[in-house]
Design a protein around this ligand. Sequence first.
Ligand SMILES: [Fe+2]
Ligand SMILES: [Fe+2]
Length: 414
Amino acid sequence: MGDMTVSNQALEFLEFVEQQPRQSVRQLMDKVLLKSRLMTGAEAGTIFIVRKKGQQRWLEPISLQNDVVRIGSNDFIVPITAKSIAGFVAGSGEIARIDDVYKIPPKRTYSFNPDNELSNYHTMSVLCFPLKNYQEQVIGVVQLINRRINGKDDPMPFEDEQIQLVTPIARVLATHIERADMLEHIRTKNSRLRQRNRELGEQRAQVIAMQAETEEAFLLSIQLLARASEIHDEGTGNHIVRVNEYSYFLAKEYRMNRAFCDEIRYSAQLHDVGKMSVDVAVLKKKGGLDDAERAEMDKHPIYGHQILETAPRLNMASEIALYHHEKWAGGGYPFGTAGEDIPLSARIVAIADIYDALRSERPYKPAFNHKKTIEIMLKGDDRIDPASHFDPNLMSLLSKHHQGMNKIHRRLKD
Ligand SMILES: [Fe+2]
Ligand SMILES: [Fe+2]
């Protein structure tokens, strides 16, 4: 066999290694060992990988093959010392070629330990070479055992030819091992990261579920609070829920941002919460109120504000409670505030509240239908003067979109 043949075979081997799909180091080494044995005629072999922990270094068998006897456990390691063949090669970076391991010349540092022989197997010739990376570090060792040539009874020694065959591939092999090892390392790390992400995702879902529960509890509490304030009113039914929805509708038509719309949708219902603090005798009195009683009744915006002002999430609600009886032109209560000094939320709720009052039956009036209600709100009657009571911008929205109010009433009617 000439040099040309040798390099062709080496090339073929390199191509073989290059063609291997991404796979585990172990799978790659199994194929590499098999290919090396076929090229050199070795009937058995082992590939070791150098493992490190701190200052400690040892060889771990990663692929073991034997065509003659069954391999027992691969659960052993080889210390990197000059006493064993593989250990010597790993430590020195040199190639070891032994024609008969039972007749190693005494000048060598290493020897063969017969205790390591597989049962019913007889090791004779060995070719052991290092796998070095580009930094000349030994990262593994290939040990080929018992070269067989067809027709010969005994294993033959490994020749220069076999050394020339395997040496050029050793370096490429080493980089492949490093690359595969690194890939495996990255893959393990990635799968750990994915696992961690999954766990975080689950925790996040739990937090979101808890937040949703808290939010639901919050909304329920304030609805109960709003209902509690109606306890002395007769037959208000869904009034508070409808006022929420009319206000939400008007705020959206006014192109307010989402946070505002969402907040007014639960805040509007609390507009009369202050009635809880009004003297029950005044609240329940049938017929007209005298001046003192009227003054007490007209304090319900201030009472409501006092109840709500402490909670940050009820800022808008406390504002609505305080200002929902103010009038655009002034003259409302408790302060007589006018125009844009009245918060928008309260201007919206004032309209929503009146619309629903007109649609509902009261001791002093029947329930009006939508058409009549809108007519009164836009043109006025003996009690309502739209131009002086309501925000004109909101009123022009109402005149355009009043059917939306009707729809809400139909959906939530008592
Ligand atoms: Fe009120
Ligand atoms: Fe009301």
